[in-house]
Design a protein around this ligand. Structure first.
Ligand SMILES: [Zn+2]
Ligand SMILES: [Zn+2]
Ligand SMILES: [Zn+2]
Length: 317
């Protein structure tokens, strides 16, 4: 009996491992037609973080923790052989390769890139479409009006436009883009420190399920919508998890205002397990203990239903 249990457990474990680690045998996406895949989970500056000499990043250099890519989601439609990217992170070149190698190979590198805003973790990957890198023409990039003007009028991004490496498609607040018969995307404005562009989150609608993607937002109270109600309307909500709590923030919080994970958790404290389970924290600062899979901070909240994004996870739409 013990031996059978052990064998079953080993098989299960191996299966789980291969789904997460060995994409060649990754069966997860084979039966999924339309889905979101997580390509990166870290805040703009990634993990490890520049200039950090604290334990959080030492644990990368001493081999305890592995590198984490900057936030990005892939949207894949195996049925219609199409794929899109949400945010062009500084890790975009390998994230596009991840999509190509492990999800969908096709002639065009990507069918479109949706940008949230002009902070370094969310658009600078566009540089890889330029003359020094890919250098192909006509990659579609969806951007809000200020973001679009910013790219058109500031180098080096303006060269991507003049050389037609990217074809900018305008987005409008709450206006839906129909990608194909199965998938729709709607941007919506969120409050954030908008130095160069406005900031949006996205609503992604699949044939069966829907998702919110809000990697960056100021405190939830500053948003004119109610996050609890918005989460209830969807199946998955990928939300800003920059900081776990106040203890990580050495700078004035007014300089980097984000909802702490504990504040988001508190807003949902009276909700059901099912509602909490829709929340998938993403966009972790290097100091955030929830960046690390298996950390006690994660485990405690996972018991309550909250989820944490990890590279390689697929969410059926
Ligand atoms: Zn960010
Ligand atoms: Zn660090
Ligand atoms: Zn930002």
């Amino acid at each position: 009996m013990k031996a059978i249990h052990y064998a079953a457990f080993t098989a299960l474990f191996l299966c789980f491992s291969c789904q997460q680690e060995n994409p060649k045998t990754n069966k997860t996406q084979n039966h999924l037609k339309q889905y979101i895949t997580v390509l990166g989970i870290a805040q703009d500056a990634g993990y490890p973080h520049i200039g950090c000499q604290k334990k959080c990043c030492i644990d990368y250099y001493n081999g305890t923790n592995k590198k984490r890519n900057v936030v990005s989601l892939g949207l894949v439609d195996q049925e219609n052989k199409q794929k899109w990217l949400f945010d062009a992170s500084p890790d975009m070149s390998t994230q596009l390769a991840d999509l190509e190698q492990h999800h969908l190979k096709k002639e065009t590198i990507i069918d479109g890139v949706f940008l949230t805003h002009a902070h370094i973790g969310h658009y600078t990957g566009l540089m890889y479409f330029g003359r020094e890198a890919l250098g192909k023409q006509g990659t579609t990039v969806f951007a809000m009006p200020k973001m679009k003007t910013y790219l058109e009028t500031n180098g080096p991004w303006s060269q991507l436009v003049s050389l037609k490496n990217v074809e900018l498609k305008p987005l409008h607040n709450d206006s839906t883009i129909v990608l194909n018969t199965q998938l729709k995307v709607t941007p919506f404005l969120v409050p954030h420190r908008d130095e160069f562009s406005e900031t949006v989150g996205y609503h992604i609608q699949g044939p069966k399920k829907s998702a919110l993607f809000i990697p960056d937002i100021d405190k939830w109270q500053k948003w004119k919508r109610n996050i609890v109600e918005e989460v209830k309307k969807v199946d998955y909500a990928f939300v800003d998890a920059t900081f776990f709590d106040q203890t990580e923030v050495a700078r004035a919080i007014t300089e980097v205002p984000h909802p702490f994970i504990i504040e988001t958790v508190d807003l949902f404290k009276n909700e059901t397990f099912e509602t909490k389970n829709k929340i998938i924290f993403i966009h972790f600062n290097h100091t955030n203990p929830a960046l690390i899979t298996g950390s006690k901070e994660r485990k405690k909240l996972e018991k309550e239903g909250f989820r944490f994004a990890d590279k390689g996870q697929n969410y059926d739409l």
